[in-house]
Ligand binder design. Structure first.
Ligand code: GUN
Ligand code: FE
Length: 453
């Protein structure tokens, strides 16, 4: 990798103020992993002189191409990629029993794990997911192996060794003390990889399958090592009933986690569909983020998250594929399904004579990039293009060979073209994928990286 790179063309990203900010005729300078300048193209000569750069460091985009921030998948189960696109006939609890636990149990085997985990990271990067928050399995060794594979491919990730000590089959359950000890060992092993792109994440699966003691203990590990936490919350009605039964002392589902010390500024709560106003207030007060997983919520028939209500309350929201509850590993699919679920709320509201403002594609694009970075506690590092942030970016080519969509004379603006890409594009249109300034995928092919310098 050249240590300084300059990109010249159109950049499209979101800011807190503006869900869609289009920077045309712009140059962005990247030194190693970071953006060092953003300027208008007519300043290119001065900027090259200032940084003593030659013209050859400049990558000029064609007039149709544009650069967007890499997608942030805030919730994905890597081992479940093996049965992604299958087993959609059940609701959550039966689905876990019939497909998920038996599959995840196979990840005791490192050879099997290596094969699947390599394919997941490959698929995610190819689809433009530069950062993912992954659940691995209960197995410490192969969860560490997963982190090594992510390191080899150059993706940015949060990774959790999953904790399960109750209400699971005997072939896929841990003893409480062992689960706690192995979580700490996992954290230390991942830290020892010294890859700043990979963060261990404390991952108690959900309140059904974790005892109060386990949740409290792993919460302490998060506190001791300043780590993020991820879990599932209020995904479907039968699960919420089950939590009442398993943790009768909790005032509600959210309270079970709060009581165990699991709600922090760095907690990622997947789904969170059936929350009362009191629960939403606690989540807001604690500064937790919500991962919206619309494909999974529809595929497992869990429910329809009301994103507008949560956004109006300034709760952090990102999008998640939740493979394999969701059948698609692509964040473009998560974007589309988020729009459709929001539209469904509008249709249902209209039926009741109420007004509802569904999310538009610009707001959803922001959730898939900047929103996700906020949920993962990485908004100082990634999410959009700002001087000082790292360069995680996708070069989008709407006119590539075999493009997934066509452009017409009526597609006049960059906004039109972005909208078409978000709704009709696919990985063929993702020409290059950059993570922390390194090109990791080019024309759908992995770029084999030299060791991090
Ligand atoms: N709740 C507990 N485990 C899981 C899982 O693997 N997937 C989903 N969607 N929900 C869960
Ligand atoms: Fe999940």
């Amino acid at each position: 990798m050249a240590s300084t790179q300059v990109f010249c063309g159109t950049f499209i990203h979101s800011t807190n103020k503006d869900p869609l900010s289009i920077l045309e005729n712009t140059i962005i300078g990247v030194e190693r992993d970071k953006i060092i300048f953003i300027d208008k193209e007519d300043k290119i000569k001065e900027r090259l002189e200032e940084y003593r750069l030659s013209n050859n460091t400049v990558k000029h985009l064609t007039s149709d191409q544009f650069i967007i921030p890499g997608f942030v998948d805030t919730h994905a189960h890597a081992p479940q990629y093996t049965f992604c696109g299958k087993g959609m006939d059940k609701g959550l609890l039966d689905w876990l029993e019939c497909y998920t636990f038996p599959t995840e149990a196979n990840f005791k085997d490192p050879e099997f794990a290596r094969d699947v985990y390599s394919k997941v990271v490959d698929r995610f990067l190819k689809n433009g997911t530069t950062t993912a928050s992954y659940y691995a399995t209960i197995h410490k060794e192969t969860s560490i192996l997963f982190c090594k594979i992510i390191d080899e491919y150059g993706q940015r990730a949060l990774v959790g060794k999953v904790n399960v000590d109750q209400k699971a089959p005997e072939y896929y359950i841990e003893n409480t003390a062992e689960s706690v000890a192995e979580t700490e060992e996992f954290v230390k092993a991942v830290t020892a990889l010294e890859n700043p792109l990979i963060t261990p994440c404390v991952t108690p699966r959900f309140a059904v399958s974790c005892s109060e003691e386990l949740m409290r203990e792993v919460g302490q590990i998060a506190k001791k090592f300043h780590l993020p936490i991820q879990t599932h919350l209020s995904e479907c009605r039968p699960e919420c009933q089950m939590v009442k039964h398993v943790h009768p002392k909790g005032l509600n589902y959210t309270d079970v986690y709060n009581h165990a010390g699991l709600l922090t500024k760095r907690t990622i709560l997947a789904h969170s569909i059936y929350l009362s106003d009191e629960e939403i207030d606690v989540i807001k007060l604690k500064g937790c983020g919500i991962s919206h997983c619309p494909n999974s919520n529809l595929t497992l028939k869990s429910g329809l998250l009301n994103t507008r209500t949560l956004l109006d309350k300034n709760i952090k929201i990102g999008l998640g594929t939740d493979i394999a509850g969701g059948y698609s590993p692509s964040m473009l699919n998560a974007i589309r399904q988020t729009v459709q679920v929001s539209n469904t709320h509008a249709i249902l509201a209209e039926k009741d004579g109420k007004e509802y403002k569904p999310l538009n594609f610009k707001e959803v694009f922001r959730l898939a990039t900047l929103g996700g970075s906020q949920v993962l506690g990485l908004s100082d590092v990634i999410g959009n293009f700002e001087v000082g942030k790292q360069f995680d970016a996708l070069i989008i080519d709407p006119q590539c060979t075999n493009s997934a969509f066509d452009l017409f004379d009526s597609d006049k603006t960059k906004e039109d073209i972005l909208e078409k890409f978000l709704f009709m594009g696919d990985d063929r249109n993702i020409k290059s994928v950059y993570v922390a300034g390194r090109c990791v995928y080019e024309a759908g092919k992995r770029v084999v990286l030299s060791h991090r310098d």
